[in-house]
Every structure is written in C-alpha cells, then in structure tokens.
Ligand binder design. Structure first.
Ligand SMILES: Nc1ncnc2c1ncn2[C@@H]1O[C@H](COP(=O)(O)OP(=O)(O)OP(=O)(O)O)[C@@H](O)[C@H]1O
Ligand SMILES: [Mg+2]
Length: 335
C-alpha cells in the first residue's frame, strides 16, 4: 500500500497553502474558504473563495482560517486541508497520503496539536510536523547537516520568523506574529492620515508590490489609486510615490529587523562568524519586496540575499523532509 500512497509536503501559511510532491509544487492556493454560515459548510476554497471576497450576501462568509501563522478556526482549516488533499493526494480513499506539514517555530503545543489533528482529520495516513525555517532551509539546500551556522528568515504574510540552523536543527529562533499584511495596514494608515483618504487593504498590497520598497530607491516610481474621502465619503484619487511607501512601512519593517537581530544576539559566536561568511537567506513572499536585502544587510551588518525559490522553498523542504525523517526526527517539534 505504501507503494501507491503519496508523500506530500504542506506549507500551511496565513495567506497561501502550498503543497509539494518530490521537488514539484502541485498546489498553490490562497488559504481562504467560503463558508455557508447557517450550515457551517465550505462551498469554495482557495482562489475561488478569494474571488468571492466582498462580493457575497451575508449568508456566506469568506474567511482566512489562519491568523498570524497559526490556526484561528480549526474546523475550517480541516475542511480546507481535506480539499487540498483531495486534489493532490491521489486516489484518495484507497491510498491516504503521508504528509509533513509546517508550523511556525515558537508556537504553543496547543497550536501545534491543532495543525497535527487537522491534517489527520483531513485524511492523511500519517502527519509529521516541521518548523517552517527548518523546512525552508532544506528547500533552499542550505548545508544544515554540518556543524556550521546557517541563518534564514521567513518573511510571510502573517508572521516573520528568523532562525539559525546547524546539525539538522534550530539553534536559535524568534517569531514575530506580524508579517507582510502589517506592511499593507501601515500603508492604509499612512494614506488615511496624510490625505484623509480611506483605501482597502488589497489596494495597499498592490501599492506595496508595484511601487513599494524597504529602502529609498534611486528611481522613484508613482502610482495613482482611488480612495474614499474620509469626510464626504466620495471617491477621490491620490498619487503615491515610492518614497512615501518606504516611509509608511518603516515601523513594521523595523520590527522585522529587530526579530532577526535578537536571533543573532543569542547565537553562539562561532556560528555568527559562519553566518557573516555565508549570509542570511531571505524567503517568503515578503523577501520579494524591493530593497529588503539591502535593509537587512545594512541593519544586521551581515549580507542578506534573496533565494531562488522564496515562496515555494518551505513546501519543497517539507516534502524533502519526509525522506530525511531519520536525520531530522530528534529536532522536529513534538505534538
Ligand atoms: N513582489 C512582492 N513585493 C512585496 N511583497 C510581496 C510580493 N509578493 C508577495 N508579497 C507579500 O508576501 C506576503 C505573502 O507571503 P507568503 O506567501 O510567504 O505568506 P504565507 O506563507 O502565507 O504567510 P505566513 O508564513 O506568515 O503564515 C504577502 O504579504 C504579500 O503581500
Ligand atoms: Mg509562510
């Protein structure tokens, strides 16, 4: 039976759920579900649910079952994982898959158990947990099986994690329960304060991705967006520049840098000198923000670089991790 059942790596993220089989990502969908409120039944999930956001009657709720990296709604997470496994798990009822599913490092045992149980309830034959930075490091092929220091940041939508890894385990780590969504919120707050204009979070995210940056750029870009006047309630346009967006995001970016700094501070000096040589790997969707490598390099005094597969490495590493279970098992989180 094991011959026919699949081994899957699942990165259960606040914004995206990604599944890898071998080194292939076989599913990438927003971690969103549309629920019929009265029956508590899921009618759509992933991109289809996201497309319904803000466009449905009250009888349907479009929601994110994870908040800041951890499960906020257990039942809905289990439904969503079940749908994910139905799509990716092969002839499902006959051969249930084995999964390695990620959790942020530094969450409570209750939060970990919720993920483990949701994976089993969703139809996995066996479920193992792995810390996101450990999976990410495996997914970008850092030499974590050696006694040398490797540092990696996961800059997600709802969380920021920093970790130093050696000998297949985490030596020092920190988690901040705040990520890219907080950058969007800071843009919303900035536009409201400076222009008296209300903009939605999706607009703010688009601004961040299109013209935003972590540090000032040689070339300023600008973008006109539509907002709603705070007083009159009427629509009004405003043009934002890269410099303004950099300014708006300073505080949450500073918090992310501090998270990484705290990890370096508690890392043994021998490992720090390895990290200075090798640099800090930046992963997660947030690593795609223009200039974020420069920001971390400057603030940490250690070269930071964007990896080749920032958004998929955690799922890919989780899938690889199943094959490396013997090497990893001592360092995996207990359930
Ligand atoms: N080009 C880009 N520039 C800046 N930010 C980006 C870009 N592309 C994606 N992002 C941001 O990356 C974040 C999503 O990252 P990711 O998919 O790694 O999150 P996640 O794994 O679902 O969340 P978490 O790991 O916190 O649970 C969002 O905040 C999104 O706005
Ligand atoms: Mg993530």
């Amino acid at each position: 039976m094991a011959l026919f059942s699949k081994d899957l790596g699942i990165d259960l993220g606040t914004m995206f759920t990604r599944v890898a089989e071998g080194s292939q990502v076989v599913c990438e969908e927003p971690t969103m579900a549309a629920i019929v409120v009265e029956e508590q039944k899921m009618v759509e999930w992933g991109k289809a649910a996201q497309d319904m956001f803000g466009r449905v009657p009250e009888s349907i709720e479009v929601m994110r079952p994870l908040k800041n990296g951890v499960i906020a709604d257990y039942e809905v997470t289990a439904y969503l994982l079940e749908a994910v496994l139905r799509r990716t798990g092969g002839p499902f009822r006959l051969f249930r898959p084995r999964v390695m599913i990620t959790v942020p490092d530094g969450v409570t045992s209750v939060e970990r158990r919720a993920v483990h149980e949701a994976a089993l309830q969703a139809g996995s034959r066996e479920a193992f947990l792995i810390q996101q930075p450990l999976a990410g490091a495996i997914g970008v092929d850092l030499p974590i099986g050696t006694p040398s220091g490797n540092m990696l940041l996961c800059l997600g939508g709802g969380s920021t994690q920093a970790a130093v890894l050696a000998m297949y385990g985490i030596v020092a780590a920190e988690m901040l329960r705040m990520g890219g969504m907080a950058l969007d919120e800071s843009i919303v707050a900035y536009v409201r304060k400076k222009y008296g204009l209300i903009i939605g979070q999706l607009t703010a995210e688009m601004v961040k991705i299109k013209i935003g940056a972590a540090v000032l750029q040689d070339e300023e870009q600008s973008l006109e967006i539509q907002g709603q006047d705070q007083v009159s309630g009427l629509p009004r346009p405003v043009t934002l520049t890269t410099g303004e967006v950099v300014d708006a995001m300073q505080e949450p970016l500073h918090n992310m840098v501090e998270t990484a700094r705290r990890v370096l501070e508690k890392t043994p000096p021998e490992l720090v000198s390895d990290i200075i040589d090798r640099g800090v790997a930046l992963t997660g969707g947030g690593a795609l923000l223009r200039g974020i490598d420069k920001l971390f390099t400057k603030e940490l005094g250690v070269p930071a670089y964007l990896v080749d597969n920032p958004t998929t490495c955690v799922a890919e590493g989780a899938a690889k991790g199943l094959k490396m279970w013997e090497l990893l098992r001592r360092n995996l989180p207990p359930v």
